[in-house]
Design a protein. Structure first.
Length: 322
């Protein structure tokens, strides 16, 4: 073999190796690419056509904790959308994108949480969480709260790692009934399936601190914020939080996305309430699971807004990812 041919072969081999290393080590889809992928995916759902997005042949697809195949579930029932209520969280580092949107399913409003994972430019994991909203919650599911989609100025932006750490702390605070385990901002506001659940109380916002619980009249307690609400032991009825997955964050908008699986086995029916002059205990009877998706607005090292959704599943349901 002459030197020219050998040199050409070595050069080709080096380029091939470099290309393979690049494909394996560098993100295949940047932030803008992931946002476009999410839009394409939602459009494909409306078109009932999985071929419009790059699904891997070994795709793992879970909808409401059930393993399905592409073309099933929401792929069949979506009839319109998304609406103006749409928040998307791209993460080029993990090659994932997820969010919460309002769609039409069989002609009716449907709140949808979703997550997509890419490998080598193909969607290898797709996840849907569906919840039919109550009519009384639709006002909060028409448009996003103004601050949620805003970009965070550099001086107030947190790193991706810091955002994920802060988002994870939310679940620790909730699981341990200790609001001081998470850095809540004084203006922290949480919505769940369109219902404002924090801050809670006060003369004009008297009502349930727990979604589905009977309203309570205003009392000496006044307004509870995100911290004091958890400190009051209000969420003691949640037996445990399983399947916590927090690995999607967008530094540009300060949004972090987490998924979890709430277990409500109700082995205990009565719970002590702290720091509430109007009551010392509460009763709950709710045997079910609540798979959920939370999006946290984080800036300046604190959680300012939480947009969450989830659906009721039979008690002790699998996650769908076993």
């Amino acid at each position: 073999m002459n030197k020219t041919k050998l040199s050409a072969l070595l050069c080709a081999a080096a380029l091939s190796a470099a290309g393979a290393a690049h494909a394996a080590g560098a993100p295949a889809c940047d932030r803008d690419c992931l946002l476009k992928l999410a839009d394409s995916y939602l459009a494909a759902l409306v078109a009932h056509d999985p071929s419009k997005v790059p699904l891997a042949t070994d795709l793992r697809f879970v909808e409401n904790v059930k393993r399905m195949k592409a073309g099933e579930g929401l792929w069949k029932t979506t009839t319109g959308g998304p609406t103006a209520f749409k928040v998307i969280v791209p993460d080029a580092s993990s090659q994932q994108v997820g969010g919460i949107v309002m769609l039409q399913s069989d002609g009716k409003p449907m709140q949808v949480g979703f997550r997509l994972k890419l490998e080598n430019g193909r969607i290898t994991e797709a996840e849907h969480l569906l919840a039919a909203p109550r009519e009384t919650s639709m006002a909060n599911l028409t448009t996003l709260r103004p601050a949620i989609p805003l970009e965070v100025p550099y001086e107030y932006a947190d790193s991706r790692g810091r955002m994920i750490h802060i988002a994870k702390s939310y679940y620790d605070a909730l699981d341990n009934n200790n609001g001081h385990l998470a850095p809540y901002a004084p203006d922290c506001e949480r919505h769940e399936n369109g219902m404002r659940t924090a801050p809670n109380g006060g003369p004009s916002l008297a009502g349930a601190g727990i979604p589905g619980q009977a309203p309570r009249p205003a009392s000496l307690l006044g307004m509870q914020d995100c911290t004091s609400q958890m400190d009051s032991n209000t969420f003691e009825y949640i037996e445990r939080l399983d399947n916590r997955r927090v690995d999607i964050a967008d530094e540009k908008t300060g949004l972090a996305l987490g998924l979890s699986h709430f277990r409500h086995n109700q082995t205990q029916k009565e719970f002590k309430v702290l720091n509430d002059p109007g009551r010392s205990k509460m009763s709950m009877s709710m045997t079910m699971d609540l798979p959920a998706l939370h999006i946290f607005k984080i800036w300046g090292g604190q959680i300012h807004d939480i947009e969450a959704m989830g659906f009721g599943a039979p008690a002790n349901s699998p996650s769908g990812w076993e």
